[in-house]
Design a protein around this ligand. Structure first.
Ligand code: BGC
Length: 275
């Protein structure tokens, strides 16, 4: 008699045995992504810059549930910090398989009032910081073994709908995210022969502290919803599920793409009944 094993065996968690680093994981999207990767079986380094308690709390929660996690402080706009962060992750888990380059900030101003400091701060963290994390992760992937049936390493860059949609009053942020898109595609092209996959997620409006002004009152939310055909704001878990899949071997033939997780925000809803 055949056993019907595929029906009776519990599915292996998508990221079982994988070791991941998530930057900017003490709040918002990064927090949910770190938690989601851990729930899918990955060991997770929870990077933070200023909110140590939240990051430690998440790492503790993951460990209490039987997973592996460590909270690691680093400013990902600083080269030495990033090298140290990846080194500590590798030392803790014995290697690195997945990077989610998520850290990001906004410093918004109309162009006439945008200081060079605000321009530089956003470019340094949101674009250069992702480059540094990708480079160090790639070095760590190269130090690890090749794998049968899957990539040697997988990178998910946290982009934004603003890699595509221009955003008045946010030129530093939109320029950084446009840069993330081209960096991601270039690295994907460069690294595919080494079986390293590089992709991005472009979240739309997600309920996190970075954009509380846009959803924090019923009036603001109502205005925001005009931009979202799907009719609801996104939750960090919407992004976490996408990141888990993209990082996993389920997405093994996927590289160089941006997955929009935006409820249709990038579908130009202003054209409905117009144009
Ligand atoms: C920004 C949010 C904004 C969203 C949609 C994100 O990348 O960080 O502040 O609400 O894009 O515009």
């Amino acid at each position: 008699m055949t056993s019907g094993a595929s029906e009776t065996q519990a599915a292996r968690p998508l990221l079982a045995g994988r070791r991941a680093l998530v930057t900017g994981a003490s709040s918002g999207i990064g927090f949910a992504v770190a938690r989601g990767l851990a729930a899918a079986g990955a060991a997770v380094a929870v990077n933070y810059h200023s909110h140590g308690e939240a990051a430690e709390g998440l790492a503790e929660e993951i460990r209490a549930a039987g997973g592996k996690a460590v909270a690691l402080k680093a400013d990902v706009s600083k080269e030495d910090d990033v090298a140290g962060l990846v080194d500590r992750t590798v030392a803790e888990f014995g290697g690195l398989d997945v990077l989610v380059a998520n850290s990001g900030i906004q410093k918004d101003a109309p162009v006439g009032e945008m200081t060079l400091a605000d321009w530089n701060a956003v470019i340094s963290l949101n674009l250069t910081g992702q480059f540094l994390c990708c480079r160090e992760a790639i070095r760590a992937f190269r130090a690890g073994p090749e794998r049968q049936g899957g990539a040697r390493g997988s990178i998910v860059c946290m982009s934004s709908v603003h890699e595509l949609i221009p955003w008045a009053g946010h030129v530093n942020y939109a320029a950084a995210k446009g840069g993330v898109r081209m960096m991601m595609q270039t690295l994907a092209q460069e690294m595919a022969p080494e079986r390293v996959r590089v992709n991005a997620i472009a979240p739309g409006a997600i309920r996190t502290p970075i954009n509380k002004e846009a959803w924090g009152t019923p009036e603001a939310l109502e205005k925001l919803l005009h931009l979202i055909p799907y009719g609801r704001i996104g939750e960090p878990e919407d992004v976490a599920r996408a990141a888990t899949w993209l990082a996993s071997d389920e997405a093994d033939y996927v590289t160089g793409v941006t997955l929009f997780v935006d409820g249709g925000m990038s579908l130009y809803p202003g054209f409905v009944g117009n144009g």
